[in-house]
Design a protein. Structure first.
Length: 648
């Protein structure tokens, strides 16, 4: 069949677009609109934010810690210095996404520690308000060299991990000076906000006790800063800007390290089986502390060293020996007969007694009881000394002599002897510094207690009795004192009445050795309200103590020494004879005619003559480079013999 040559009629086509085409076009336009809006937000709205993040990825800032000041003894022997250590840090922003757990495990393996220990440090930083992923987190201090080498060898496989040089405190005589120097500690979460305003970082260490804490601002200095560029793994490639830190000032203490070492040795030998004690050597002319030891003690290098955490835990758990407790200035104990120095000088000043006042001790006196009418209460002496003058009363440490001086004596309604009374006795005790802190330039001091009727009513809900005054006059009852308070009272008597504020800091030096501050030039605190003539009588009576039954065993030929012993009862289990346990005291000064030093010794669960006095007099001998004596107690006669009357 022949096809037709006629032109076929054209097919009519649609002129409008299909609906699907319009939908596609709309979607394209919408996507381009969203993309344009997002680009505008990224570049205009959030442009600065992402610019900062970009810079943060490349540019970093770091604080340069200042070199902490060195602490010396008075002879410029180093007590506390700085030592370089390795520290390992992790910067979260430099750890690739999803690899943090792997990095933590690898670092822990190289450090030979448990991964959870490192993870806890990181987690603790992440919940802090100041957390910044670009700030490195220290996860290990004082890292040994072998671990550092292992981490450095694999640094490319551990992005975000850095090894740096840090500084730690080293105490050359950690056990000998721990209670005085103190130690450094991490900043607690409660202190972070306040200390950041002062330029501290959350991972900084700060003085936490002793001299380190008291003179933190002087020792620390001012931190510097620097900016630097890093590569993708967080490793530094270039330092861009630097502001050097201002190092801290150095401190010279009043402590003589050689004397401190000898005093500690003498104290430990003299304690024998006693649980603890304290000894203080001071210069009464200016309040400088030449030696101050408390035992048991601890090694200050333990604190702040993670590798010695087990030792630190043992220290904190030792509730029996309490080695971290500074007995010399924080322990509060009944002072016993060393308190008679207050009673005696107050009686002289108030005209209650003079050096010729005679009081007869028959070994016991009976006093009508305020609490139980018709009952006569016994108050015992150490022995029936017979008639005694003031000098003999001090030398014998006669309780009855000082009962009379403090509380007087009556028979029926007849007053035989008018004593000071509680109010005047408390006034003089507080004037010497009992009942309040001495102002020592490190923290931890305690106030002690000087009771009076108001105090007893408030604390014990009881009235004041005559027996309370008698007990107070001999340093018993509710009277409590620190060894430092006893030492400072001895200073005031020795120097003629001036009360200095005890201090450990002697000078502050800048980096070139120039004196920035001279602490020895600080003015004295006050004077006691006792005339120089009465204080001279008190000093002479203390020197006469070496003629009495308690100190004559310790005379030093060619050296005049003045002293006072004390054996103070305290509440505890009585012995087989029903006697309460006692603490031992000695305090004194030398040379008696021109005092250079005072020595105060406290022996926990000891006695004055058997324990504290041998220690004190060995320290005096050591200071004046005289031959030593045995640390064993003297062989005392069965009953004490009264001191002879001094020549007129």
């Amino acid at each position: 069949m022949i096809p037709s040559l006629e032109r076929p009629e054209p097919v009519q086509t649609e002129r409008g677009a299909r609906p699907s085409t319009w939908l596609f076009r709309g979607m394209v336009l919408l996507l381009f609109g969203i993309l344009t809006a997002q680009l505008w937000r990224l570049q205009v709205v959030d442009g600065q934010l992402y610019t900062n993040r970009s810079v943060g990825n490349r540019l970093r800032q770091a604080v340069i810690p200042p070199q902490r000041g060195v602490i010396y003894d008075r002879n410029k022997t180093i007590l506390a210095s700085n030592a370089p250590i390795f520290a390992v840090s992790i910067t979260p922003a430099d750890v690739p996404t999803g690899r943090m757990q792997e990095i933590v495990i690898r670092v822990a393996n190289e450090l030979r520690v448990v991964p959870d220990d490192i993870q806890r440090v990181i987690d603790a930083h992440k919940v802090r308000k100041d957390y910044n992923p670009y700030t490195s987190i220290p996860v290990a201090y004082n890292v040994d060299r072998e671990a550092v080498m292992r981490i450095s060898e694999h640094s490319l496989d551990m992005p975000g991990v850095q090894v740096g040089i840090d500084s730690t405190r080293r105490y050359n005589e950690g056990t000998l000076i721990a209670h005085l120097i103190g130690y450094m500690g991490a900043i607690s979460p409660d202190e972070v906000d306040q200390l950041q305003e002062q330029g501290y970082g959350p991972d900084d260490h700060i003085g936490a006790a002793g001299i380190e804490q008291a003179y933190e601002k002087d020792l620390r200095g001012q931190p510097g800063k620097r900016s630097y560029e890093v590569e993708a793994t967080g490793q530094e490639v270039a330092e861009l800007q630097r502001q050097d830190p201002q190092n801290g000032n150095n401190l010279v203490l009043s402590i003589d390290l050689d004397l401190q070492r000898d005093v500690m040795q003498i104290l430990q030998q003299g304690l024998r089986n006693a649980p603890g004690g304290a000894a203080i050597v001071m210069d009464p002319r200016n309040g400088e502390i030449l030696a101050m030891v408390s035992t048991p003690s601890f090694d200050a290098n333990i604190i702040g060293d993670p590798s010695r955490d087990d030792e630190l835990q043992q220290l904190l758990n030792d509730k029996d020996k309490t080695p971290m407790f500074p007995r010399a200035f924080a322990g509060q104990y009944p002072p016993g007969s060393v308190f008679k120095l207050v009673t005696g000088s107050a009686a002289l000043q108030e005209g209650v007694a003079n050096k010729d006042t005679v009081i007869d001790s028959k070994g016991v006196m009976y006093v009508d009881s305020d609490q139980y009418p018709g009952v006569r209460q016994p108050f015992n002496d150490n022995a029936p000394y017979g008639p005694q003058t003031f000098f003999q009363g001090v030398a014998d440490s006669s309780n009855i002599y000082f009962f009379w001086l403090g509380g007087g004596y009556s028979e029926g309604n007849t007053t035989i002897f008018e004593g000071l009374g509680v109010d005047r006795l408390a006034k003089y005790a507080r004037a010497y510094g009992y009942g309040s802190r001495t102002g020592l330039d490190i923290s931890g001091e305690q106030d002690g207690i000087i009771p009076d009727p108001t105090w007893k009513e408030f604390h014990e809900n009881q009235p004041w009795f005559k027996g309370d005054t008698y007990n107070m006059a001999i340093g018993q009852g509710d009277v409590l004192a620190t060894p430092l308070q006893v030492a400072n009272t001895t200073n005031a008597i020795a120097n003629g009445g001036t009360v200095y504020q005890p201090h450990l800091a002697r000078q502050e030096l800048d980096a070139e050795g120039n004196v920035v501050r001279d602490f020895s030039a600080d003015p004295p605190s006050r004077t006691v309200p006792v005339d120089p003539t009465n204080l001279a009588t008190m000093r002479a009576a203390m020197e006469w103590s070496f003629e009495g039954p308690w100190l004559k065993w310790f005379k030093i030929p060619g050296l005049r020494v003045a002293g006072k012993t004390g054996t103070a009862e305290y509440q505890g289990p009585p012995d087989a004879h029903g006697s309460l346990p006692t603490h031992g005291w000695f305090t004194g000064f030398a040379p008696a005619e021109n005092p250079e030093i005072t020595v105060t010794v406290f022996v926990e669960s000891g006695s004055g003559t058997n324990d504290a006095s041998p220690i004190g007099m060995r320290i005096v001998r050591r200071y004046f480079h005289l031959p030593d004596i045995s640390p064993d107690p003297p062989k005392l006669p069965p009953a004490p013999q009264t001191a002879p009357r001094p020549p007129q």
